[in-house]
Design a protein around this ligand. Structure first.
Ligand SMILES: NC(=O)c1ccc[n+]([C@@H]2O[C@H](COP(=O)([O-])OP(=O)(O)OC[C@H]3O[C@@H](n4cnc5c(N)ncnc54)[C@H](OP(=O)(O)O)[C@@H]3O)[C@@H](O)[C@H]2O)c1
Length: 342
């Protein structure tokens, strides 16, 4: 059987471009014992992948030049030589940008219980974005009923989930997003108490002063240093800053990033700033999945997806993320998904 893979043709310089990637075809060898052959249905398109394209090791290995671009996917088992999976099973894992491939059973997870949610939710509310949002808000942000919460990139996969979870935990949530349509969606469908478009304001620090006259208890930040710096003076005593993502900074060399200067507030307000890694909480994903499924069944959560179709659209879908063009959880669906009840 033939597959196609998207490989890193060149390390991006600054913002990634679609021609940093190329597509190659490959013949799959006969399936080995203990392995399954998968066909991808949905690929996740995540800003965090940008930091893996630069060749610097972080908590995951960088993508090698000429190597298949990594990333989560939902796939269907085509053929199995494993005791754990049978043909037709839905699985998730870090399967990379490939149409089909063979994987050892240990690399795969059986799709969790998803009730009436579509299979794409396995890369959204029930996948890494949902887990990040849940544990980031509950266990790192330690959000409490009645508190004030600020979420950035609030219309994205993680931000929209984080803001809604905080609301369901009893907080008053304000979202920051990059278009008026996103702001309208946040305060309408997604139930945020307040939201604003950062592209139409001149002074973020002054805006936060107006929106949070009593201060911020929890900042859940997805964008990076500039935002954290602007929020520091507006944090309440014993406030928490959850450093979840740095979308604005991923494509910028460390020496060129915005600095964090308002550090005296760390002392005067006794603030806690903590980096979040969803995978640290993997042993307890079941708790989050049960709670999210309950909220979903009760009709208290909304999801917005931004899905492109066809394997070849992956590089463009990724590059676009950094122009703010995605509105909701960005995914690419394989062409055969259209028409399947998933
Ligand atoms: N720590 C963890 O374990 C973990 C796990 C998953 C994801 N993450 C991180 O969480 C963050 C959110 O992930 P996501 O998948 O939900 O992606 P996302 O927020 O949907 O990312 C795309 C959005 O980022 C915003 N953006 C792009 N460039 C920006 C810039 N220069 N400044 C400000 N905003 C910009 C745009 O929205 P606007 O139109 O609103 O600007 C864009 O639509 C990412 O940084 C990701 O790496 C962390």
């Amino acid at each position: 059987m033939q597959t196609r893979e998207i490989v890193l043709a060149r390390r991006p310089d600054g913002k990634a471009r679609a021609d940093d990637f190329s597509v190659q075809a490959r013949e799959l060898a006969p399936l080995q014992a203990g392995c399954v052959r998968l066909r991808a249905l949905y690929w996740a398109v995540d800003p965090g992948m940008r930091s893996r394209l630069g060749g610097v090791r972080s908590y995951v290995e960088p993508v090698a030049l000429g190597g298949v671009v990594g990333g989560a996917a939902v796939a269907q088992v085509l053929e199995s030589r494993s005791e754990r999976f049978v043909a037709g099973d839905l699985v998730t894992g870090l399967l990379g940008w490939r149409e089909a491939g063979d994987f050892p059973e240990a690399a795969l997870k059986q799709a969790p219980e998803r009730g009436t949610m579509p299979a794409s939710a396995l890369l959204g509310l029930l996948g890494t974005p949902g887990m990040t949002a849940f544990f980031g808000m509950r266990d790192v942000g330690c959000v409490q009923a009645g508190e004030t919460v600020l979420v950035t990139s609030a219309a994205g996969a993680v931000g929209a989930a984080a803001g809604q979870f905080a609301r369901l935990m009893g907080a008053r949530v304000t979202g920051v997003a990059g278009s008026d349509a996103k702001v309208e969606w946040l305060t309408g469908e997604a139930g945020f108490a307040d939201a604003f478009n950062y592209k139409t304001i001149d002074d973020m620090a002054a805006e936060l002063g107006r929106r949070f006259p009593e201060g911020i208890d929890v900042l859940f930040d997805n964008v990076g240093n500039r935002m954290v710096d602007a929020a520091l003076p507006h944090m309440k005593v014993r406030g928490r800053i959850v450093v979840c993502g740095q979308t604005e900074d991923y494509s910028v060399a460390p020496q060129e990033r915005h600095g964090i200067r308002n550090t005296s507030h760390l002392i005067s307000k006794r603030l806690r700033v903590e980096g979040l890694l969803a995978y640290d909480h993997a042993a307890r994903y079941g708790e989050a999945i049960a709670q999210i499924n309950t909220w979903w069944r009760e009709g208290r959560l909304v999801v917005r997806e931004d899905i492109s179709h066809g394997f070849d659209s992956l590089p463009a879908a990724f590059v676009d993320l950094f122009d703010g063009k995605a509105f909701g959880r960005r995914l690419v669906a394989a062409s055969q998904v259209q028409g399947l009840a998933l």
